[in-house]
Design a protein around this ligand. Sequence first.
Ligand SMILES: [Zn+2]
Length: 979
Amino acid sequence: MTKTTILFSLLFCLISFQINAQRYLGVKPTDSGGLLSYAQASYDVRQYDLDLSILIEQKAIRGSVRIQADVLSPIDQIVLDLDSAFEVSKVVLEKEGALLPIDFEHKDLKLYCTPHFTFQPQEEFAIRVYYSGKPKVAPRPPWVGGFMWEETEEGKPWIATACQFDGADLWFPCKDHPSDEAEHVRLNITVPKGLEVVSNGVLENVSKSGDSNTFQWIVNSPINNYNIALNIAPYEHLKLDYTNVLGEEMPLNWWVLPEHKKQAKAQFPQFKDHLKFYEKVLGPYPFRSEKYGIVETPHLGMEHQTAIAYGADFTNNEFGFDFLHHHELGHEWWGNLVTASDWKDFWIHEGFCIYMQVLYAEELGGMPAYHKYISTLKPKVRNKQALAPLESKSTLEKYFFGPCYIESDGDIYTKGALVLHTLRYLVGEEALLKGIRKLAYPTKEAERSTDGSQCHFVNSTDFIRIMEEESGMELDWYFELYLRQPDLPNLVINQTESNLTLQWDTPKKLAFPMPVEVVIDGKKKRIEVGLEEVKIPLEKGVKEVLVDPENWIYKASDQSEKEKVRAAFLAQFPKAKLKEVKRKAHFTQYYEIYLPQPLDHSNPKNGTFEQKMYLGHVDFEKPILIETEGYQLYNYPREISKITKGNQLLVEYRFYGESVPKGGIPWKYLTNDLAIEDYHRIVSKLKNVYTGKWISSGVSKGGETTLIYKSKYPNDVDVAVPYVAPIILGVEDPRTDQHINTVGEKTTRKRITEFQRTVLQNRTEVLKEIEQYAAKKEMKFSVGLEVALEYAVLEFPFSYWQWGGNVSDIPTKDAPAKELFNYLNQIVGISFYSDITIDRLLPSYYQHMKELGYYGFDTTPVADLLEIVHKPTNSFFAPQNVDLTYNPNYMKEVVDFLESKGDNILYIYGEYDTWGACAVNPSDKTNALKMVLKKGSHATRIRHFSVEDQIRIYSQLKDWLGVKVEALGDLCLEKEEEI
Ligand SMILES: [Zn+2]
């Protein structure tokens, strides 16, 4: 027995049986399609003849398959696909009436057949492959496919195949690619007496021999290899009369298990309505010369041509129809009549089919049902990969989500239908319906033909061209945005008393001239909106302004969702000012916010300042990150919110950046305690709105703030993630000097000292460089250039280790002054001593001198070369004429708390970072995780750690948060196991 290797996921997987929901399948299928190899592009399959015996007791098959093909370009090897589960005993070539055995090799899921001569273009070949074996048992049919060896309730065999994602090479040798459909297929299937075989096409003959019967099914229309299917059971055959749209009689056939006959009979009549609907919208049933057939299967369903697999439970959905039948029947047009020649365009199969279900809901329940159906699709879309990219894709890449491919990606279903929905709004219902019908049947002649010539290949560009013809509009921009890249457009909506402003915010600034319907006090208008802001004046006393009220445009977030966020926020902070701005990353809405905060929380009458924030919204129930910035605000998506796919609130530290009170900084209110009260007030209120887990985080001084906050209000957040956060003890904490003198290689430390000395030995020339630089950048240095130079030299070792300098970049002793300056500037940044920076950092120096503590400078290595700065101190840069008395207990209390009681804290540090010398060392009593990146700098983030370390970090976060950490899935936590 061959051992089957199956990929098991470490994640526990939830399987939903909704056909278009995202599923964690746990096992990944073998692949199908993708870029076609030269060898396989060189021939075109005309016919497959399958002669197979089904050996039920052994769960095996045995027989042969004949492959007949046209040669398109010279080949000396016929390459077929065949699963490793089979043993090939011989391959014969039909040549001038003779049967010649030829060489073959079966490896890596391919069967290489070598006739020892070259087939020329326009020749044809026919080979027969004799093989046997136990086909893969489908682990998760129909998605991860294979054979199903089931039993009916009466214990009779019930066998089926499904292999869309894996391809038909799971059970017979074939060319497994959607671009090649055999025009003819003959299936001779031998089974024990008492069982029926139902397959594609027409039943030509049943021949009896002893205890077995051979069923011969013949297909004379082009068929996708994955649609060739076997269904074996003691079926009963139900028939229903039907007159098609052309007035021809055409029975409907349903093969059901005897025990389900009653339910099937009750459900059957509505299938006629489905068929009638499709014929009305898309044209005649394409395979009427063969049959309309449904077969009951042990798996949910599949679009097997003229033998639709039905494994649903004979019930209707909330819109009043049998979804599974309606969907699979739709594939007779979208998939079987028209076929995408590459899986990259399979939204034409699935998205079009789903849109047919939406239209059918409309047929039954009118526009309310239509819109309701559309609203159910939106939450399922992932928008992680382009719906229909230009490059070739395999089934795995299109139906699943990489890199693990154990989780299905249903965008080709849901987003596919939404793209047609919005297109209907843009071009109108008539043009859309004409366009999709034309894609199905390009001509009247095609509608009339039944000999197989009605079937054709399509891709997205055909549809774009047809829609441009039908609408008379240029539509490239529309499809570029919705098909070729994954992100959605966002309509930025802001309303004041006198104006409504609208603006499209699109990924990569893609053009998007989508008109927007606006209803002002009942009056409807279509407004032209583009990437620039459009202002619509509002008359005084306007009561209601509705923007795209029916949500015809598929966008990141609809008006009603935006209003919910605004209202929820303002309910907590009525005086806050919210302005919608361009969104970032995965957030569906993004706001710039100014929040009035008391200068003094214990005495709110003492005035207020406006604290600036950015809110990235996804979902009220998802985790929310509060970034406790240490300085002014930096507006970008943070690692933690990306990892959790959660909300993000960036909060500027009081009195930095734009959060400086009018009239300047009142120094007495610049205390850590009051800053913590700012965060505490925000979190306490917003917890009423954001009900998911709360995570606080910050980088460097921001991380320090995260930790101080945690020590003051341990229960405000569920998890704290401080990055490279020092807890400094003393105005000049000696640990940083100690670090500088011991970190890294001794030779590197020597080079650093040598560089410091070289710079000062070339003082005059380097000063000239600084002068030129300052003039060019228009920087003012009131401290004096020489002071700036000496401080920069003294600062150099600290910065070198903080930011992870590279020893080979350090200029040598004989380097020119320009090089010396450039390197000093690169590592320290001479602008650090410019008036503008010193002024900007005044509050920081103040805080360091009063409460936070700072570092000292070691003059020893350069003492003999210093001319001015003999007693360097950071207090030199602090605000003058302000009390700077240091409180030695403040940070001591914080660190005592953290080391003994700081739970649910993930500390991220870099080994080389100078600030790492002041890292927290949580004791065993705490439930904390401290991760130090080997040779890491002050720029260390989670993503820089090894995969093993990241798994450890994500698993810990998952434990603390009790929610799925999306990054875990992206890491592909798979191991191979043999069963
Ligand atoms: Zn489908």
